[in-house]
Design a protein around this ligand. Structure first.
Ligand SMILES: [Zn+2]
Length: 423
């Protein structure tokens, strides 16, 4: 257990917070600190074709050790941490044989990680937890994923009796600001499919996510002295209000779950002359997603028609931009890649938890770039904040899952029942 703890701690104590306001890649130069260390470590453990490009994307190869042809597969994670909470001076605390009680993260500041609020903690009774000291995030998202991939590769190198095909691994910067896949060279990676090790609790296996778009709606108005405004003033704020009221009731993030989509109004600024409304649109179903975008256009047309006589030009302008799509469309045609991961989990006594993601992953972008890429648990909880923690046993299980996937992929029918094999 100690080597995996040491490896994880050596990563999380290097600050790699990304920054969405930066235009460079990586967005913060400190991400190089960990990137360069990872390159050296991959070479030390015996990985081959270890490369880092000018944007800090790392790739490496574990060559096949079988004679027959096996598809090349990949494992991917990101080394930046979320700008939502400080990632500087992380001081991990190790709680051995967790007793199911409150964990005092910081006595001085009275910060407590309590199972009465974070009920998931109770399933890790008796295990070893790594937590923060209450002043930073931990960075298990996604340095747990990196720890697991490196440890699994080292294990396979040291156990040549385990048969596997060619494995590619990829570590990216800037996932937390939505850019992890942007400069990922899928052709250079050269895998038939891959897995991001970037999920949360043990057992998670995800291959469905939202289709996503963002809309900026601009409302124009006409300011006139209120005493003389009758029939002349157009108050853009009130038109924005009409727009919001025309959105379907009950379809907001706080009123939906599972496969239910939503409109989420997240920004509104304005005065009489101009109001700008920003919202996001989310739906797992491509059809419903398109319908939602059409509704935005429809409401826009209706309001423009209503004010056409008075204003003489369109007073509502809607700009809609697609952000990402549901990877399901790209993964279902190669569903065996999910089945292999589920079988690998079952083989190492983990019950797969397969559920739709109410968000996106780098894997969904990669899937549309030609690299189908489901997401597997990395083991951590409470990402992006001071209550983040990871059970060491979950990281060890993730290592076993990676090793098992590598092994299954080299077997006839990927070790799956014949009926499940898809071509
Ligand atoms: Zn992550």
């Amino acid at each position: 257990m100690q080597p995996i703890i040491d490896r994880f701690i050596s990563y999380v104590t290097i600050d790699t917070e990304s920054d969405s306001k930066s235009n460079t890649t990586p967005s913060t130069s400190k991400q190089w600190d960990l990137a360069n260390k990872l390159v050296a470590e991959l070479k030390t453990i015996g990985m081959q074709e270890v490369t880092i490009d000018d944007k800090a994307y790392i790739m490496a190869t574990l060559p096949s050790n079988v004679d027959h042809e096996v598809p090349t597969i990949g494992f991917i994670s990101h080394f930046d941490t979320s700008p939502d909470f400080s990632g500087a001076n992380v001081k991990p605390q190790i709680i051995t044989n967790y007793d199911g009680q409150d964990i005092v993260l910081n006595a001085e500041k009275n910060i407590v990680l309590s199972p009465s609020y974070f009920k998931d903690l109770l399933q890790y009774k008796g295990q070893t937890l790594i937590t923060t000291d209450g002043t930073t995030l931990l960075g298990a998202d996604d340095k747990a994923g990196i720890t697991e991939i490196v440890t699994a590769m080292e294990y396979l190198i040291n156990h040549p009796e385990i048969k596997h095909g060619k494995i590619r691994i990829g570590f990216t910067p800037d996932e937390e600001i939505g850019r992890g896949a942007h400069h990922f060279d899928v052709a250079k990676f050269g895998a038939e499919w891959a897995y991001t090790m970037d999920g949360s609790q043990i057992g998670e296996l995800e291959y469905e996510n939202f289709n996503a778009a963002g809309a900026t709606i601009t409302f124009k108005g006409k300011s006139v002295h209120p005493g003389y405004a009758k029939g002349k003033m157009i108050n853009s704020m009130l038109i924005a209000n009409d727009f919001i009221n025309a959105l379907p009731k009950g379809e907001t993030p706080q009123e939906t779950k599972g496969y239910e989509g939503f409109f989420h109004v997240h920004h509104l600024t304005g005065g009489i002359e101009e109001t700008v409304l920003e919202l996001i649109i989310r739906d797992h179903s491509k059809k419903k997603f398109e319908k939602r975008k059409e509704l935005i256009e429809k409401i826009t047309r209706k309001l423009n028609k209503k004010y056409a006589k008075q204003f003489g030009e369109d007073i509502v302008i809607a700009e809609i931009d697609d952000q990402y799509y549901n990877m399901k469309e790209k993964v279902v045609p190669v569903k065996h890649i999910v089945d292999i991961a589920a079988k690998a989990m079952n083989d190492v006594a983990i019950k797969p938890i397969i559920k739709p993601i109410r968000g996106g992953t780098d894997g969904c972008q990669l899937s549309y770039m030609g690299l189908p890429c489901p997401n597997i648990f990395a083991g951590g909880h409470n990402f992006h904040g001071k209550y983040e923690y990871v059970p060491v046993e979950s990281m060890e299980k993730a290592v076993e899952v990676i090793v098992k996937i590598a092994e299954l992929t080299s077997q006839p029918n990927y070790g799956l029942p014949v009926s499940k094999k898809k071509k």
